[in-house]
Design a protein around this ligand. Structure first.
Ligand SMILES: NC(=O)c1ccc[n+]([C@@H]2O[C@H](COP(=O)([O-])OP(=O)(O)OC[C@H]3O[C@@H](n4cnc5c(N)ncnc54)[C@H](O)[C@@H]3O)[C@@H](O)[C@H]2O)c1
Length: 419
């Protein structure tokens, strides 16, 4: 019997999941509140990096249907919730999309279904927030009438090696039977499923992974500042340290953290820790160090100009790659934005070049875009390479700039300053 699956939220997480489920022969419906996303997908237009229009067309040919009509839930064996979990202005977790999506699911939930939350969140959300909403809206009991599980998404946008299918999938259920049902389901889509002893362990595993990454990025960024003062080539030291076959994982410096995960998820952990009277000082420190990086890059831009006997005030600075990581178009939380604020405040004339980004608006004002790499290199007093998109690494022209501040450690030469 073909399993029918509804995925609630068709973004960076939900759409690749829908694609993999289609490839596995499931009957997949995507439910999203954004009618433009739904209309786009139904016309084979993708809005995320890792899936192109051909990919969406293949999904549609395999029977995929995108809709804003939640009635599809009542025909579903499995419902997976992949909606955003941002922060409020004051840094507290904003579960409004999770709650709204859960209420929608509860209104149509049928006995025998499996409901899985994939959105990143703090431990306890599935049991304490999702479960009661599902039960009160449906009149059904979790673990008895329907199965409930949590499975964190580990997607790494733009990663050509590790995708949804070959990255092990963690699954934790409300009861052992819920875990078993969720494991059996995910085994149809991914190569390896890793069950946890419960919901909270699965929820915490995701925060642990991202907090580990957050802290190590901050550590290496702090080392970058310190090594520059001492005249040590940190990039060479990392390459050397990386030869140790055990006990060291290489992280490399950058202009600051971005995206929907690393800058946000550790706050979910801090918030839940504060509720039980505990301060996660490592997390707070990592936050502080990372937030300083854009200002530090602005200062290093000024230093680079100083060596050329030029002031930053009035100089033309071209930012190469303004997304939060290389080879993606996602601008969420990109460190390029605070960098622009710092550079403008210091009087610089800032432009950007990035084939992944058409419009780059900072503090309500558009940053002028340069389309041609040669023109960017020729017109800039300093090119600040923020994200080493393939287009920059493959270009023979970018290296021709008078001065490059390279935050990615990819360029060398007398005219290159590396972070
Ligand atoms: N982007 C990543 O790389 C990544 C990786 C791992 C985990 N996550 C986590 O996955 C979750 C989703 O992130 P994302 O990047 O896919 O978000 P996204 O913003 O790309 O997509 C979310 C989609 O959900 C839709 N949506 C919002 N509220 C809805 C509702 N009530 N009903 C139906 N649809 C609704 C939005 O319209 C949007 O299309 C978050 O918790 C995030 O932390 C993201």
């Amino acid at each position: 019997m073909t399993i029918s699956l509804t995925i609630v939220g068709l973004g960076y997480v939900g759409l690749p999941l829908a694609q993999e489920a289609c490839r596995s022969g499931l009957a997949v419906t995507g439910l999203d509140t954004d009618s433009s996303v739904v209309a786009g997908l139904m016309s084979s237009v993708s809005h995320i990096d890792d899936i192109d229009s051909t990919g969406v067309a293949e999904m549609l040919a395999a029977g995929f249907n995108a809709t804003t009509d939640s009635a599809c839930i009542s025909d579903s064996d499995v419902i997976i919730i992949c909606v955003p979990t941002p922060l409020d202005d004051d840094g507290t977790p904003d579960l409004s999309a999770v709650k709204a999506a859960t209420r929608t699911v509860s209104e149509h939930l049928q006995p025998g279904s499996l409901v899985v939350l994939e959105s990143t969140t703090y431990p306890g959300t599935t049991e304490d927030t999702v479960r009661p909403l599902l039960e009160s809206g449906s009149g059904l009991t979790a673990g008895v009438d329907f199965n409930l599980a949590y499975s964190p998404e580990r997607i790494d946008p733009g990663n050509p090696e590790w995708g949804l299918r070959n990255t092990p999938k963690i699954v934790g259920g409300l009861t052992p039977a819920c875990t078993e049902r969720a494991v059996q389901f995910y085994e149809k889509i991914v190569d390896t499923v890793v069950p946890t002893v419960g919901l909270r362990e699965a929820e915490f595993a995701k925060l642990l992974e991202n907090t580990y990454r957050h802290i190590n990025i901050a550590l290496i960024n702090e080392m970058a500042v310190f090594c520059h003062e001492l005249g040590i080539d940190l990039w060479a030291s990392i390459d050397a340290a990386e030869t140790k076959p055990f006990g060291f994982q290489a992280f490399r410096p950058g202009p600051g953290i971005g995206g929907h995960c690393i800058p946000i998820d550790p706050n979910y952990l801090s918030w839940v820790a504060k509720r039980v009277g505990y301060r996660l000082r490592f997390v707070e420190l990592a936050q502080e160090v990372s937030e300083r990086m854009p200002a530090y890059v602005a200062r290093r831009t000024q230093d680079a100009l100083n060596r050329l006997k030029k002031p930053l005030n009035g100089s033309h600075i071209v930012l190469a790659g303004v997304t939060y990581k290389a080879n993606v178009s996602d601008q969420r939380e990109t460190p390029a934005k605070p960098l622009v604020v710092h550079l403008r405040r210091m009087g610089a004339d800032v432009s950007f070049i990035d084939s992944h980004v058409d419009n780059f608006v900072v503090a309500g004002s558009e940053v002028p875009r340069i389309l041609d790499i040669g023109e960017a290199a020729r017109s800039a007093d300093v090119v600040v390479l923020l994200q080493a998109h393939d287009e920059f690494l493959e270009s023979t022209e970018l290296g021709g700039a008078d001065c490059i501040l390279d935050t990615s450690g990819k360029f060398t030469g007398d005219h290159v300053d590396r972070l």
